[in-house]
Design a protein around this ligand. Structure first.
Ligand SMILES: [Zn+2]
Ligand SMILES: [Zn+2]
Length: 144
């Protein structure tokens, strides 16, 4: 029974992640699932996400304040909005990744396992909002 409940929870978490393109955090998945799965805890979600990353069913991406998770594991690039924390996919041509991999391998005397390519920027929605006075200062490194 216990194993069945656990595997059903695991399937629900993976399905939710696979059905989304917004690279949710563990917390966002928790809020999306808690109505249907009241017994599900944030810790369980986090444990399962870690497992998905180990088995190659998902990848983790560093975000602004929390990690994001992505069920698309083929090499693709991301854009992180520094203002709202939204993470979007960027479909760069695969040969570009092969080229990067080859160049990196030529330079690195070890084994390169994966590429994570991420741009930081300001998304269109955030760019359309008039900036608050403190934002530009907060974005300047070492201004504090
Ligand atoms: Zn934004
Ligand atoms: Zn992605």
């Amino acid at each position: 029974m216990e194993a069945t409940r656990k595997s059903k929870q695991r399937d629900a978490i993976l399905q939710e992640l696979q059905g989304r393109r917004d690279h949710p955090t563990a917390e966002e998945l928790y809020f999306a699932l808690k109505d249907r799965w009241p017994a599900l805890s944030l810790g369980t979600i986090y444990r399962n996400l870690t497992q998905f990353c180990q088995t190659g069913q998902a990848q983790r991406l560093p975000g602004r304040s929390a990690e994001h998770f992505d069920a698309t594991v083929q090499p693709h690039a991301h854009v992180l909005c520094l203002q709202c924390g939204r993470m979007s996919d960027l479909s760069l041509p695969p040969p570009l990744f092969d080229e990067l991999q080859q160049q990196a391998e030529a330079e690195f005397p070890g084994e390169l396992l994966e590429i994570k390519l991420q741009f930081n920027g300001i998304c269109a929605q955030c760019a359309a909002i008039p900036q608050k006075a403190e934002t530009p200062a907060a974005m300047r490194q070492g201004s504090e």
